[in-house]
Design a protein around this ligand. Structure first.
Ligand SMILES: NC(=O)c1ccc[n+]([C@@H]2O[C@H](COP(=O)([O-])OP(=O)(O)OC[C@H]3O[C@@H](n4cnc5c(N)ncnc54)[C@H](O)[C@@H]3O)[C@@H](O)[C@H]2O)c1
Ligand SMILES: [Zn+2]
Ligand SMILES: [Zn+2]
Length: 437
């Protein structure tokens, strides 16, 4: 087995995937057109329309239209996206509030699909070359695209201390591939990539270090969600905080991320799991995922949520998690921690220009000087290529909830509806079928 090594604890090790060497030349010859070719449902690969939801400018709806997707270059992979989730980060960038946001761009960073073709030097991912008239399909690899790549060579990856990888960060942040150019064209213009993934396109090209092969048995309309929110929350509890058995935890925000933090706390045997949300409708959701108590901070009268949590836990929580992106909540989450050891994990993404703050309270005490810890994590601290396959196995074995997060489904032409649904309080995750037009 090549590079897909599975992580030891706290996950149950699963058998590694055997990924043979790729016949690159064959696949490149087969898919050498600048227009992607689609084999799905046809006897042979034929030209077809390839659509993507393009964000032409900030604050506008996405336009679903035809695009050209150039073949993958060295160390790149072209992927046919089957399903994508829609995350708040997509909406944030579309809104124009993201200081790194540039347009026109193809958003989307929770995706699953199959490898269609690979560029030079890609040795660990096999393109799906089967058609309905060919021999039985060889194993179709199901990559989950990640916006947090893992090269296993850079200073960050080698440190063993973080899941942040520095290899393609600079170009990824500018919306281009590592060689500084884009693979997308529409209406004669280059279109930018997003987070190195751009899953709102029927075909996308990504760096090989942004793709992870997972068991082909896993349903892609579920595994796409492991590309961001679910993994982020679960990882924040299990990998970043390493919640201990018997701990008292408070989770601020019971959306997709917060609910997954709750399931991570359950997995690690937390005693009190307190969900805090301003929307009472989230109580049933939080309890479904294992919260032991629900608190609506707007219903505490003059009492602050910090005071409430400190009293409920006899001195403060062992772990708190911000899953809202609100800097006021981040402060409350820190101050609700136990003196001496309480840790507050920031997961929510604050708006540009916002600052976090805290101060000595009278009483009880200083915040950081007296041992509380403030830390943050991206993707829950989970390493995309080496740790995600085990999470998929956990899901397949019934040890990780994924199906339960899906409240809405849409098709690519109606992708704007997914953004509208996300603004409503009852949407946890909307999965978009990228192949239904
Ligand atoms: N760090 C990462 O890697 C990462 C990854 C994915 C998402 N995120 C961020 O995590 C955050 C949560 O994402 P989500 O998809 O779960 O969002 P969501 O909107 O589905 O959920 C947020 C929840 O917070 C609640 N809320 C809002 N204000 C609150 C307040 N003042 N007090 C208590 N609860 C409050 C809302 O009612 C909602 O239930 C977002 O900021 C998102 O951008 C971060
Ligand atoms: Zn996301
Ligand atoms: Zn790296």
């Amino acid at each position: 087995m090549g590079t897909l090594q599975l992580f030891p604890t706290p996950y149950t090790p699963a058998p590694p995937l055997d990924i043979p060497f790729v016949q690159q030349q064959q696949s490149l010859a087969r898919y050498s057109s600048t227009r992607t070719k689609r084999a799905r449902g046809r006897s042979q690969a034929t030209d077809g329309e390839n659509k993507a939801a393009i964000a032409w400018d900030a604050g506008q709806e996405l336009c679903v239209e035809e695009i050209e997707v150039a073949p993958p270059r060295a160390h790149e992979v072209r992927i046919e996206i089957y399903y994508t989730g829609v995350c708040h980060t997509d909406a944030y960038t579309l809104s124009g509030k993201d200081p790194e946001g540039a347009f026109p761009i193809i958003l989307g960073h929770e995706g699953a699909g199959i490898v269609e073709s690979v560029g030079e030097g890609v040795t660990k991912l096999v393109p799906n070359t089967c058609s309905s008239q060919s021999a039985p399909p060889r194993v179709s690899l199901i990559p989950v695209l990640r916006s947090t790549p893992e090269c296993k060579e850079c200073k960050f990856c080698k440190s063993g201390k973080t899941n942040l990888c520095g290899k393609i960060r600079a170009t990824q942040g500018k919306g281009v591939m590592p060689d500084g150019t884009s693979r997308f064209k529409a209406q004669g213009k280059d279109i930018l990539h997003f987070m190195g993934t751009s899953t709102f396109s029927q075909y996308t090209v990504v760096a090989d270090i942004s793709v992870v092969a997972i068991t082909p048995k896993a349903p892609m309309d579920r595994t796409c969600l492991l590309g961001c929110g679910i993994t982020t929350g679960y990882g924040a509890a299990v990998v970043t905080a390493k919640v201990e058995k018997g701990s008292n935890c408070a989770i601020f925000g019971a959306g997709c991320v917060g609910l997954s933090v709750i399931q991570g706390c359950v997995k690690n045997g937390a005693a009190k799991i307190i969900a805090v949300d301003v929307n009472d409708g989230k109580q049933a959701w939080a309890e479904k995922f294992g919260a032991t108590t629900f608190v609506n901070p707007t219903k505490l009268g003059k009492r602050s949520i910090q005071e409430e949590l400190i009293e409920m836990t006899d001195g403060g929580c062992d772990y708190t998690f911000d899953c809202t992106g609100n800097v006021g909540v981040m402060r409350a989450a820190l101050e609700a921690c136990h003196k001496g050891w309480g840790e507050s994990i920031i997961i929510g993404v604050a708006a540009a220009g916002q600052e976090i703050s805290t101060r000595r309270m009278t009483p009880p005490s200083f915040q950081l000087v007296t041992g509380r810890v403030w830390r943050g994590c991206a993707f829950g601290g989970i390493k995309g290529r080496s740790q995600l396959p085990a999470l998929v196995d956990d899901y397949m074995n019934g040890n990780l909830k994924v199906d339960e997060f899906i409240t809405h489904r849409e098709t690519l032409p109606k992708i704007n509806e997914a953004f509208n649904a996300m603004k409503q309080g009852d949407c946890i995750r909307c999965v978009v079928d990228m192949r239904k037009l």
